[in-house]
Design a protein around this ligand. Structure first.
Ligand code: BV8
Length: 252
């Protein structure tokens, strides 16, 4: 039996996992839309080291286009609600995002970890140092830190590559008494397994998603609808501004 206090009342340590669904209402395409294509590409053709080795131009152009598109999108009410929660919640909080856009930062999140990398960063193909990305990588950009004249690739974790920050994430999951998954299909590991890890350490688990994810049965509770409606309401619950759905507000 977990010795953690009932987090439904007031969690003291929260881990939040977000996926493409939290940015969908900002106009950023999700990965597994109805046509199964991702901005006109098969994932295997643009999001693997083999694809990059086979056709670096195609892969660099794909990420250059997505980097350029960031200028045309803005954080939505869900990003802003997590920014508000981050500023006001005085317990431990870690927002782990699978997303590579910068909408969480622009929405005010600070305690944030991009486990799949960031569109606005690049890494050196020789020394591996992660650094700010120039607007365009396709024409070839030199690494700013190594003498070996390494060229830059997108700082994106492709399939088959190790996600960033796994030690930090695992420690946070072990300590969490509440794990919340927002806007992710639960299709990609190791992120899709975080709910099991958190539950095994005694955390309460909550899914906020447009529709049931592949792992929805693993959650103690699931609420389905658009993130811009569910996330602000949930953040207000945590900050004590309103009661969870289905429960009468506290009489006193
Ligand atoms: C690794 C690049 C080793 C970034 C991405 C067989 C079984 C199990 C695992 C594997 C297997 N074979 C291979 C693997 C491992 C593999 C994997 O999981 N493959 C899957 C396909 C089976 N994983 C890896 O290779 C990972 N690395 O395993 O390394 C390792 C690991 C740990 C420790 C040691 C060694 C690397 C994975 C990262 C790959 N990179 N993309 C980029 O270009 O952007 S993954 C890609 O999918 C994105 O990063 C994205 O984050 C991720 C998950 O997608 P979602 O974010 O969930 O998006 P999706 O479209 O799927 O779903 C959106 C959801 O939002 C939907 O549910 C929808 O209903 C909802 N939604 C939509 N609108 C809204 C909404 N919700 C709320 N409101 C709305 N308005």
């Amino acid at each position: 039996m977990s010795d953690k206090p009932n987090p439904a009342a007031q969690p003291r340590s929260i881990v939040i996992l977000t996926g493409a669904g939290i940015s969908a209402e900002s106009g950023v395409p999700t990965f597994r839309g109805p046509d199964g294509l991702w901005e006109g590409h098969r994932v295997e053709d643009v999001a693997t080291p083999e694809a990059f080795a086979r056709d670096p131009d195609l892969v660099q152009s794909f990420y250059d286009a997505r980097r350029a598109a960031l200028g045309g999108v803005k954080p939505n009410a869900a990003h802003q609600a997590l920014g508000r929660l981050d500023a006001a919640f005085d317990g431990d909080l870690l927002i782990v995002t699978q997303n590579v856009d910068d909408l969480h930062e622009r929405g005010g999140a600070r305690r944030l970890l991009h486990m799949h990398g960031e569109l606005l960063r690049a890494s050196c193909t020789v020394c591996g140092v992660r650094q700010p990305a120039p607007a365009v990588l396709r024409e070839g950009a030199a690494c700013e830190s190594c003498e070996a004249g390494g060229t830059l690739r997108p700082d994106i974790v492709w399939f088959g590559e190790m996600p960033h920050g796994m030690g930090h994430i695992e420690a946070a999951l072990a300590d969490a008494d509440l794990f919340v998954s927002i806007g992710t299909s639960g299709a990609v590991y190791p992120a899709a397994g975080f709910v099991r890890t958190a539950a095994a350490y005694g955390a309460r688990t909550l899914e906020l998603n447009l529709e049931p994810s592949e792992g929805t049965a693993l959650f103690d509770e699931a609420r389905h609808g658009p993130a811009t409606r569910l996330v602000p309401a949930w953040a207000d619950e945590i900050l004590g501004c309103n009661s969870p759905p289905g429960r009468a507000p506290n009489p006193d």
